[in-house]
Design a protein around this ligand. Structure first.
Ligand code: ZN
Length: 485
């Protein structure tokens, strides 16, 4: 009973300290667990083995025992026991793991975490103490869940009913009795609903479920009423859209992976687009969003977001001695600096609408993100755009509405055009034989802006199409099939 008292015991700190002593630490929680197409010998879905028989899994870089057990829907303990592993933190790349058949199916449920679901909310939903949920899943941080993560719910066979009501963060002046009165609830009913033994204790900053009819209860701290992200999880080199719903007009700031997020006002909330670097560290990163009200009071929402490795190929590019002679480090660096300046702005207006169209219809001769080595110093370590192989003179079309911010010859990129589409989304077109626009022109989707060429550092006629979000090169092809924001 003593343990159960701690689960609601206000919060983060108490639960954290207790958990720290209770379970071991898993450093890289579940990178592979949420990969859309796990790359492995067997998966829980395509295994040919009849039920009850064992599979073998070969450990990949970045795997953790936790992530692997998640993929196969078994507990870490079961996986460790089947492989005689004493310390679950130590597994080696290439190690062959026996995947035991899942435990009796009626003994547990596998739950996919939704945005806004916290340990607190999950525990309430399944009628468990936080520790009863945290211990078997080896979860150590109370704010450590991330969308898409798999959590094993023991001793449950059916999905419980969705909880209805709202979330409330206990303030300095709150009492449970007053809160209950304000929301038409009995104080003891409110305490019981929150696994609390008494209505006379309210822990500051702890989260309460206020049962009601208002809609599905998720653990949003007011004034947040929803956070949507897509895609989840994002891959290296992809664009991540973050949409915040708010119950009050407040100002929103945020940060992710060490960079400030530019939030743009939208009806009922705010949105931001994040360019995930093609070389970004995989694993979970903390998204922090802060809502500040007029009097300076603020609410902070944090969410773990996993970044998944993209599979990139590699290529070596050898340019002729004459070309290499022009590409001095000074030339390359000054052009890079010019582009960084041009790609940096976060224009407030969203000029595009819907999906982008392809700027040219040709074979992709070099994909975004391809790791590259050049015989030129200071050249990019990876391909920052998509190359379409087409003959000189083939028309290039604007993929979406925008404003031209550059149309001029550059040394490395040849005849170049850059279009600003707003919200920090810009696209570039390199190596053109001709440009039909000038800086300042407004362009519309499908407009003929230039012709394919072989100018600048180019080893044959092609269009290099580049997209940057907030200055970070991303895969533009994602925008052909997905709508942003
Ligand atoms: Zn290219």
């Amino acid at each position: 009973m003593n343990r159960l008292r701690l689960d609601f015991g206000g919060g983060s700190l108490v639960a954290l300290i207790f958990l720290a002593g209770a379970v071991w630490w898993h450093p890289a929680v579940a990178v592979a667990a949420t990969a859309p197409q796990p790359r492995q010998e067997v998966t829980p879905h395509d295994s040919d083995s009849p039920p009850g028989q064992t599979d073998v899994y070969v450990v990949k870089p970045g795997d953790t025992l936790f992530a692997i057990s998640n993929q196969f829907g078994i507990t870490v303990d079961r996986l460790a026991a089947a492989n005689n592993i004493d310390d679950p933190a130590v597994i080696e790349v290439g190690q062959r793991l026996i995947i035991p058949p899942a435990a009796e199916p009626e003994q547990y449920l596998h739950h996919r975490v939704q945005p806004g679901e916290t340990l607190h909310a999950l525990a309430l939903r399944y009628g468990l103490a936080i520790l009863e949920l945290a211990e078997p899943n080896h979860l150590i941080r109370v704010d450590g869940l991330f969308p898409g993560q798999g959590v094993t719910i023991q001793d449950h066979t059916d999905e419980p009913a969705v909880l209805r009501g709202q979330s409330h963060t206990v303030s300095r002046t709150d009492t449970l009795v007053a809160l209950a009165a304000r929301h038409g609830l009995h104080p003891w009913a409110l305490a019981t609903a929150n696994n609390q033994e008494s209505p006379f204790i309210a822990w500051i900053n702890s989260h309460l479920w206020l049962p009601g009819e208002e809609g599905e209860y998720l653990d949003w701290p007011s004034p947040f009423s929803g956070v949507r992200m897509h895609p989840i999880p994002p891959d290296q080199g992809q664009t991540l859209s973050i949409q915040i719903s708010l119950t009050l007009p407040v100002s929103i700031t945020g940060s992710f992976m060490g960079a400030q997020l530019p939030f743009f006002q939208q009806p009922g909330g705010a949105g931001a687009l994040v360019g995930i670097d093609a070389l970004a560290q995989t694993g979970t990163h903390t998204l922090v969003v802060t809502a500040t009200v007029g009097d300076g009071g603020y609410t902070r929402y944090t969410q773990q977001v996993p970044i998944v490795a993209s599979e990139y190929s590699t290529e070596t590019i050898v340019v002729s001695e004459q070309v290499a002679a022009i590409m001095t480090p000074e030339t390359v660096q000054s052009e890079t600096a010019l582009l960084e300046q041009l790609f940096a702005p976060h224009s407030l207006l969203q000029m595009w609408d819907g999906c982008f169209a392809l700027p040219a219809h040709g074979d992709v001769t070099s994909a975004f993100g391809t790791r590259r080595s050049y015989n030129i110093p200071d050249a990019s370590a990876y391909h920052t755009g998509t190359d379409f192989g087409l003959s000189v003179g083939t028309p290039v079309h604007a993929p979406a509405d925008g404003v031209v911010v550059l149309s001029e010859p550059l040394t490395v990129r040849g005849n170049a055009i850059i279009i600003d589409h707003g919200w920090g989304v810009l696209t570039g077109y390199w190596h053109l034989s001709a440009s039909h626009v000038i800086a300042g022109d407004s362009v519309v989707q499908g407009q003929h802006i230039g012709d394919i060429g072989n100018t600048g550092l180019s080893t044959g006629p092609h269009l290099h199409w580049e997209m940057r979000i907030g200055g970070v090169p991303v895969d533009g092809l994602q925008w052909i099939s997905e709508q942003f924001p």
